[in-house]
Ligand binder design. Structure first.
Ligand code: MG
Length: 448
C-alpha cells in the first residue's frame, strides 16, 4: 500500500501507507511553505492513530519555525472555524472522515479557513517528492499552545441560528455520533437549544457501526428514533462535517436532502442569492435555485473546489449534495455537521412541519449510482462519451469528467481519483429513463 496523494489531501492505512515519518515531513514542508513565525491550527478526530499523527504534525511544524495552536480532538468544522476566527495562516486536520478506522488522512487548510486549492496541493506534492525534512536553528523553533475551542465555537454557532424559535418547539432528537469528534460538540449544541437529546454510540473512539452514515449503516439510529417517538435522527461521520437525517418515521434520507432543505430555507429567507454545488449534485438544486430566484454555480467534485468558488462569487450558501455537507460562509468556509443539525431544526420550527413533510415538498428525482472497473484508458472513454452526447443532442459539460444532460435526464461519468474505477451517476424524474440512459452509458464505458 502506498500513500495516496490526491488534490484534496493525503490518506492511507496507518502503518501501511501513512505513518508518522511521512506526516512529519509533509507538515514540515507545509510549515516551510507558510514561513517561520506563521500560526497553524492543528486538530484531529477520535481515531487511535490520530494521537500519534498529532505528535508528528506538531513536530514537523515546530521544526519549520511555525507556531501551533493545538485544539486536540474536535470536529473538522470546528478546526476550520478556528483557523478563520483566530486569523491563523493555516490548519492541519488529522482525519480520514468516513473511511474505515484503520485509515487516516491529513486535510490542509489555508488562510481564511478554506481547504488548500488543488493547485496549492499539487505544488506541495511536488515538493514532497523531492524535499526532505529540514529544521530551523534551535532558537527559532516554534511554540505549541494547547487550547480547547469547542465552547467558543458553540457560542458563535448559537449566535448564528434562531435559538428562541428552536427552543420553543420542544423537539426530541436522537443523535448518532458513532464515537466520532461530534461527541464533543453536537450533544451540547442540542442541549443549548433546549432539545431533548438521546445520544447513541457516544463513547469517543469506539466505532460501533461503519463510519460512513448511510441507510444500511444507520439501522440502530432509525429504530431508536421510532421507538422513542422522536422528531428526527441525526448522524455524523467521524469528523462531523457530514449530517445524515432520519425522519420521524425512521426513514434514512439520501444525504443531499440535508443540503437541499437548508439551501431552500436560506435562499427563501434571503430573498435569493448565490448557490454553489458540485456537478454531481442533484438537479433539484437547479429547481430550488429557480424557485427562490437564486443564481447557481457548479464546480468539480471536492469540497475545496466548492469552497474556493463560493469565496470567488460571494456565495450565500453551498455544499456538496452527495455527502450531506452544508457550507454557510457567514459562519465559516467548510462543511459543518453541527451547524447543519441546528439549521434543520430551525427549518422544522419555522415551517412548523415534520421532516417527512418537508421532504415531500422537495423536487423528486430518481438517482442511480454505479462504479465500473476501468477497463479502457479514460481518454478514449471520454471521447466516446462526448460523441454519444453530441449524437443525442445533449449538452456536454467537461467541468469534471463528462456530464451529459437534456431536459429529461442527465449523467455524470468520471474516473475515480483513488481507485481504477469509473463512477457513473444518472438522474431523471422518470425511473425508466434513468435506467435506459445508465445502460447506454455502461455500453460506452465498457466499449461493448
Ligand atoms: Mg467527513
Amino acid at each position: 500500500m502506498t500513500l495516496i496523494f490526491t488534490p484534496l489531501g493525503i490518506r492511507g492505512i496507518f502503518g501501511d501507507g501513512i505513518d508518522s515519518l511521512l506526516v512529519e515531513r509533509l507538515s514540515n514542508i507545509f510549515g516551510r511553505e507558510l514561513g517561520a513565525g506563521s500560526l497553524v491550527v492543528v486538530g484531529r478526530d477520535t481515531r487511535p492513530s490520530g494521537y500519534v499523527l498529532d505528535k508528528a504534525v506538531v513536530s514537523g511544524l515546530l521544526s519549520a519555525g511555525v507556531n501551533v495552536m493545538n485544539v486536540g480532538i474536535a470536529p473538522t468544522p470546528t478546526i476550520e472555524w478556528a483557523v478563520e476566527r483566530y486569523g491563523a495562516d493555516g490548519g492541519v486536520i488529522i482525519s480520514a472522515s468516513h473511511n474505515p478506522p484503520e485509515w487516516n488522512a491529513l486535510k490542509l487548510i489555508g488562510r481564511g479557513g478554506l481547504l488548500l486549492h488543488p493547485d496549492e496541493m499539487e505544488r506541495l506534492r511536488k515538493r514532497f517528492e523531492t524535499e526532505g525534512f529540514r529544521s530551523v536553528s534551535w532558537k527559532d523553533v516554534g511554540m505549541e499552545e494547547v487550547v480547547d475551542v469547542t465552547e467558543e465555537y458553540l457560542v458563535d454557532l448559537l449566535s448564528y441560528v434562531d435559538v428562541d424559535r428552536i427552543s420553543g418547539a420542544g423537539f426530541k432528537v436522537v443523535l448518532d455520533v458513532n464515537g466520532g469528534a461530534g461527541a464533543y460538540v453536537t450533544p451540547y449544541l442540542l442541549q443549548s437549544l433546549d432539545v431533548r437529546v438521546n445520544t447513541i454510540n457516544s463513547s469517543p473512539g469506539v466505532f460501533v457501526r461503519e463510519l460512513e452514515p448511510r441507510p444500511d449503516t444507520l439501522r440502530d439510529l432509525s429504530r431508536v428514533v421510532t421507538s422513542t417517538g422522536s422528531d428526527v435522527g441525526f448522524a455524523h461521520d467521524t469528523d462531523a462535517d457530514r449530517l445524515t437525517l432520519v425522519t420521524e418515521k425512521g426513514e434514512v434520507l439520501p444525504e443531499d436532502v440535508t443540503l437541499a432543505l437548508v439551501v431552500d430555507y436560506v435562499l427563501e429567507r434571503r430573498g435569493g442569492g448565490i448557490l454553489v454545488v458540485n456537478v454531481a449534485s442533484s438537479r433539484m438544486f437547479d429547481d430550488i435555485a429557480k424557485r427562490r430566484g437564486a443564481k447557481i454555480y457548479r464546480t468539480p467534485v471536492g469540497e475545496a473546489y466548492v469552497a474556493h468558488r463560493m469565496r470567488e462569487v460571494g456565495a450565500t450558501v453551498g455544499g456538496e449534495g452527495s455527502c450531506g455537507g452544508v457550507i454557510l460562509p457567514d459562519f465559516h468556509m467548510g462543511r459543518d455537521g453541527p451547524l447543519a443539525a441546528a439549521m434543520i431544526l430551525e427549518v422544522m420550527a419555522s415551517r412548523g412541519k415534520s421532516v417527512s413533510q418537508l421532504v415531500d415538498e422537495l423536487p423528486k428525482y430518481h438517482t442511480l449510482r454505479v462504479n465500473l472497473p476501468r477497463q479502457r484508458d479514460w481518454e478514449s472513454v471520454r471521447r466516446d462519451l462526448i460523441s454519444m452526447g453530441e449524437r443525442r443532442g445533449m449538452e456536454v459539460d467537461l467541468t469534471d469528467g463528462v456530464r451529459l444532460s437534456d431536459l429529461e435526464v442527465w449523467g455524470l461519468i468520471r474516473p475515480s481519483k483513488t481507485e481504477p474505477k469509473i463512477r457513473i451517476l444518472v438522474e431523471s424524474e422518470d425511473p425508466s429513463k434513468a435506467e435506459e440512459f445508465l445502460e447506454e452509458i455502461k455500453r460506452v464505458v465498457t466499449g461493448g
